[in-house]
Every structure is written in C-alpha cells, then in structure tokens.
Design a protein around this ligand. Sequence first.
Ligand code: SAM
Length: 180
Amino acid sequence: VKAVALVHHPVVDQTGAEVTTALTNLDLHDIARSCRTYGIDRYFIVHPVPAQREMVERIVQHWHTDPRHEFRREALDLVQTVATLEDAIAACPGGKVVTTTARRTPGAISFATARALPDVLLVLGTGFGLADAVMTRADHVLAPIVGPTPYNHLSVRSACAILLDRLYGIDESALPLQDP
Ligand code: SAM
C-alpha cells in the first residue's frame, strides 16, 4: 500500500508547543490530486476533532453530486478520515511509516532508499510541523527537500507534490512514443 497522511495533531506551533490545527480546504483538494496522479492508494486526513472529520466527509460528498467534476471526484475518492495517526498506520499493515520535515535530521533516509520501499505511509505535517512524538514513532525520517538557497519552508501541498514525484515519479520523456 502507498499512502499519505496529513496530520493536524500532534503538530507544533511557532513556539514548539503541541497543538491541533484546523483543516485547510486547499490541502484536501491539492494533495488528493497529487495522490491520484502518483498512484497513492489512500490519503488519510488525521484529525482528532469529529466535527473537522465530518467537514472533510461533507466536502468529499459535495463533489460527488456533479458529474462535471469527475477529475476532482476521482482524486477526493482517495480521502479517508481518521482520528489518530495510529488509525492510519493500522490501516496500512506492513507499510513503513516515513515522516517528513524541512529540517536536516541525523539518520534520515535518502529519496533513493525511500523509493525502494514497497509499502509506505508518507506522513506530512501542518502548523509548524510534526511533533517529536510522531518523528520518533516513524520507521524512517525522510531527507528534506532543498534547493540552492538556505530557505526550504515549503507549503505542505508543494512539499507533498515534490516528495511524491521523487518517490513515484517516472520520466515521461524516457518512455517510447505511442503512435496516435
Ligand atoms: N502552514 C503550512 C502550510 O499551510 O502549508 C504548513 C507548514 S508544515 C510545517 C509543512 C509540512 O510540509 C512539513 O511538516 C513537511 O511535512 C512538509 N515540508 C515542508 N517543507 C519541506 C521540506 N523542505 N522537505 C520536506 N518536507 C517539507
């Protein structure tokens, strides 16, 4: 199983305190589309507040009603709400829990190593990032995405798209051309 979890708790705020963040509609849609593109089986929205999980389910249901939104619906069909990260982990038996961060972390695995893992639950943070309890719970911490500048604080949506491309992307230009 290939899965992505977007964690709203436990994450930290700018002071390092553990908090719960509110759902972001953009994260729901944009990450679902990235997941659909890269062959992810399940996109878990991890939120401890039942009303926030119900809102996710309502949004997904909303996009089911209009046949003109087939691409969006196909992506949102991957969404599953869970109360805790442990619930997401339990739904991915055998999958390695791989956490993500913009920080350089000792022992972090490379993208090449992560690419070779058959089953992965890729864990993304909101707020100011995943709490230490999540980082230490992981089977692996993934190396950060970096560019040529010291700044690498990506939005979780952008980070997810880049991570999925590095883990599951293929080089289309290297494929044989098909006759039309
Ligand atoms: N509030 C921000 C937003 O609206 O997108 C979220 C910031 S949150 C800390 C960003 C999450 O994206 C991190 O927890 C991590 O999962 C991922 N992320 C951001 N920058 C990254 C990087 N350079 N390398 C790897 N993951 C990164």
